[in-house]
Ligand binder design. Structure first.
Ligand code: ZN
Length: 310
């Protein structure tokens, strides 16, 4: 849901065939992701500064969490730019895997920040380090809630308008993230009420949120690096290929390189059809599959003449 679902919104297709013209929607989705990232970056930066002033580890964790979310958006946009670079002789399949590499780097940074936030919370709990300017800290936590809620409402509005499930899921994520900020606020309120352990305990809870981001990003990247693919894309491709006149059966395989889904279709032609028919049939199959699987950047079909089918 983090990297590649958003990547799908920015994806451009090499297909020249007529397909749903959703360029406007894609642009709206990209703008929503970019504006949200900027808003969250500002929120996180202010929280981070106030965390350093107040010594609140809960606020520190919340700031790190928000900045982690921003970094996943940054990877998507980085990948978008890098993947536009034309293929060369040395990299004949293009530069799209750069996004996986960047994602791997971001995952490492997120795990390191989770460890850092957890360690700071532990240190504070053990050494009873004081929290100062609690009012200011609470204001920063409220800012974190407002920032996430505002971003969530914005993404939900755009998501509904362009009916983007990804954006709506993103909106839900930001809505839940406001709870992390509420956790920081609660911790600081406990400190104000004379319970100094409130802040480090909230810090631990928020560390779990950071771990969650790290887990999501890592599992998506591992899935991509293992050439994992969503089975529904294959099913849709096989269905579309089999529906082409003259195709008896079809088997699809596919993998992602960065944001491009590459599909290979093995089509078995109806008995009686010969290899001479295969040329224009594979073109039809390519087009049908492109239409059925909008995520597919490239489709390569191979036709086997009827006699060899099954
Ligand atoms: Zn988050």
């Amino acid at each position: 849901m983090f990297l590649y679902a958003r990547a799908a919104m920015t994806a451009t297709s090499s297909a020249g065939t007529a397909r749903r013209d959703d360029t406007g929607h894609r642009r709206a989705a990209n703008r929503a992701v970019a504006v949200s990232a900027a808003g969250l970056a500002l929120t996180g930066a202010i929280e981070l500064a106030i965390a350093l002033v107040t010594g609140s580890v809960a606020l520190l964790g919340d700031a790190i969490h928000n900045l982690s979310d921003v970094s996943t958006s940054a990877v998507v946009f980085l990948g978008f730019w890098v993947s536009r670079k034309a293929a060369t002789r040395a990299y004949p399949y293009g530069y799209e895997r750069a996004e996986d590499l960047a994602g791997l780097g971001v995952a490492l940074v997120i795990w390191a920040s989770a460890a850092f936030a957890g360690y700071q919370s532990f240190e504070k709990l053990v050494h009873h380090t004081p929290t100062t300017s609690i009012g200011l800290g609470m204001a920063a936590a409220v800012l974190g809630m407002i920032g996430n809620q505002a971003v969530s409402a914005y993404k939900r509005r755009i998501g509904r308008r362009i009916s983007s499930l990804t954006l709506l899921a993103d909106a839900r994520h930001s809505w839940l993230d406001a709870i992390a900020s509420l956790g920081a606020l609660t911790g600081l309120a406990l400190v104000a009420a004379g319970l100094p352990w409130g802040d480090p305990v909230a810090g631990f809870a928020i560390t779990l949120f950071i771990c969650h981001v790290g887990y999501e990003v890592t599992s998506e990247i591992v899935h991509h690096l293992m050439d994992g693919v969503e089975p529904e894309h294959l099913a849709a491709a096989e269905h579309a290929a089999t529906a082409v006149d003259g195709v008896h059966a079809a088997i699809a395989r596919g993998r992602w390189t960065g944001r491009t889904l590459l599909l290979d279709i093995e089509a078995h032609l109806d008995p009686g059809l010969v290899l001479a028919d295969a040329g224009h049939l594979t073109r039809h199959i390519d087009e049908a599959v492109q239409l059925a699987v909008p995520a597919a950047g490239q489709v390569h079909s191979h036709a086997h003449p009827g006699r060899s089918s099954r």
